[in-house]
Write a protein that binds this ligand. Structure first.
Ligand code: HAM
Length: 424
């Protein structure tokens, strides 16, 4: 029986793998520029790390891969990175360090959603969490990290959406106003939203089914319920983003899919038509209560996570990542049989940072040269009986079309010199 991957999960290989690596490398560079330490947390956590009492998000209530082990431990494959990072921050008492603690991560997440373009059941996130201080300067800096990361990658077609969900009191007042308002429309709400009406009416605003209905569009606006403090805070975030030349739009219906957010929330969406319906490249926001809920001190945090597969779809649509052949420095044409000399030559090349391949099948000279051509190598290195006897190799340079016999001891100097000539 030939097995297939599980629905919504994909193999990553070949050029696709290389694109992922390029994105990861730039992300790690940005983490260094902005002073973030990389962190790896387990993919599997106790379910309680993600699921809090009265949670209403789809992600927690419907999409988690949860199972029991030995009929006692409830375990969940992480659906996102933030909760695990905060668990680690608390468990390892990182709050004893100088604050804020700044952590960045790259890794697989799992959500049991209906698969479509840009929506998988296993996907990768690049995320950051800035934990310990609450200041609008930090909010602007976190958004700047994500925005300039995408810009440096070469992404053009994006817009930043920004909103404030207010502090605890503002949220409470707003929720009350929303439930009062939606009660009149209860009969018109979808099944899930009827439930949300009592648990968390905010969720109705971004319900996939109800959000475009006229009465949902006309619902009371969060901005009318923000406390003085939250308004002031939000104004400052906007002011700082303008100072950093980051264009943004206020979207007062942006509530985000997770329950832990307070005050600033944001999303970066693609405006490129080819990226499909799943256009949110990254999202994030501030969370005032998560550290405490996880058993830590009362400290606020803020972060975001980029969906790497979605970013890749957009990067390809914008022509940033185009098909490119993997390059190789040298190909060793091997005319010896049952002899390790060609492998010794390769080994010297690799030890000196020249990538190389050789023939293992005793193919004809012509076939081996063809392989070298196909791989677009700069140097074709030919080894046969004579070369072995004299401990030398024949090097053909694809650039100059010259061929030289070079002693093995001099090979690396010879290649270095050839390469150096390019820069003169
Ligand atoms: P999120 O909005 O749930 O936030 O996910 C962040 C990003 O992950 C999305 O914008 C999207 O690009 C990608 N994503 C989510 N689900 C899928 C999926 N099924 N397939 C492909 N990509 C997907 C969070 O996860 C928060 N932890 C972000 C955060 C960090 N907030 C504060 N700190």
């Amino acid at each position: 029986m030939a097995y297939q991957t599980i629905k919504g999960m994909y193999d990553v290989y070949g050029e696709e793998y290389r694109y992922f690596e390029k994105i990861d490398t730039l992300f790690k560079h940005f983490a260094e520029l902005y002073g973030y330490e990389m962190i790896k947390t387990p993919i599997l956590e106790y379910t309680g790390v993600f699921k809090k009492d009265n949670d209403t998000s789809d992600m927690v209530t419907k999409e988690m891969y949860t199972f029991t082990l030995n009929n006692k431990d409830y375990l969940t494959l992480r659906p996102e990175g933030t909760a695990g990072v905060i668990r680690s921050f608390v468990q390892n008492k990182m709050y004893g360090n100088e604050l804020p603690v700044k952590l960045a991560y790259i890794g697989e997440m799992f959500r049991h959603e209906r698969p479509q373009k840009g929506r998988q059941r296993q996907f990768n996130q690049l995320g950051i969490e800035n934990i310990g201080n609450k200041d609008p300067l930090i909010d602007a800096e976190v958004i700047a990290f994500g925005y300039f990361f995408l810009k440096t990658l070469g992404i053009k077609d994006i817009k930043v959406l920004l909103n404030s969900l207010g502090d605890y009191d503002s949220r409470l007042n707003y929720k009350k106003a929303l439930s009062d308002y939606f009660k009149d429309y209860e009969a018109e709400l979808c099944g899930d939203c009827k439930d949300r009406l009592f648990k968390n009416p905010l969720r109705i605003l971004d319900c996939k089914i109800d959000r475009e209905k006229e009465f949902v569009r006309n619902a009371p606006k969060m901005s009318d319920y923000l406390s003085e403090d939250s308004l002031h805070y939000f104004d400052k975030v906007q002011m700082y983003l303008k100072a950093l030349d980051i264009p943004f739009m206020i979207d007062d219906r942006l509530v985000r899919g997770l329950d832990y957010y307070t005050d600033t929330v944001f999303e970066v969406v693609s405006t490129n038509e080819e990226s499909g319906a799943q256009s949110t490249i990254f999202g994030g926001g501030r969370y005032d209560n998560l550290v405490k809920e996880m058993g830590g001190p009362e400290l606020s945090g803020i972060g975001f996570a980029i969906g790497e597969e979605r970013l890749l779809i957009l990067a390809k649509a914008e022509g940033i990542f185009t098909k490119e052949e993997k390059s190789l420095d040298a190909y060793v044409v091997n005319l010896l049989r049952d002899d390790p000399y060609a492998l010794e030559v390769l080994s010297i090349l690799r030890a000196n940072s020249y990538s190389g391949e050789m023939d293992y099948y005793n193919r004809s000279l012509k076939a081996q040269f063809k392989s070298a051509d196909r791989r677009k190598v700069r140097f074709t290195i030919i080894v046969g009986e004579d070369e072995k006897k004299t401990q030398s190799v024949n090097v053909k340079d694809a650039k100059t079309k010259m061929q030289d016999n070079v002693r093995l001891d001099d090979l690396i100097d010879y290649l270095d010199e050839k390469m150096g000539e390019e820069y003169e």
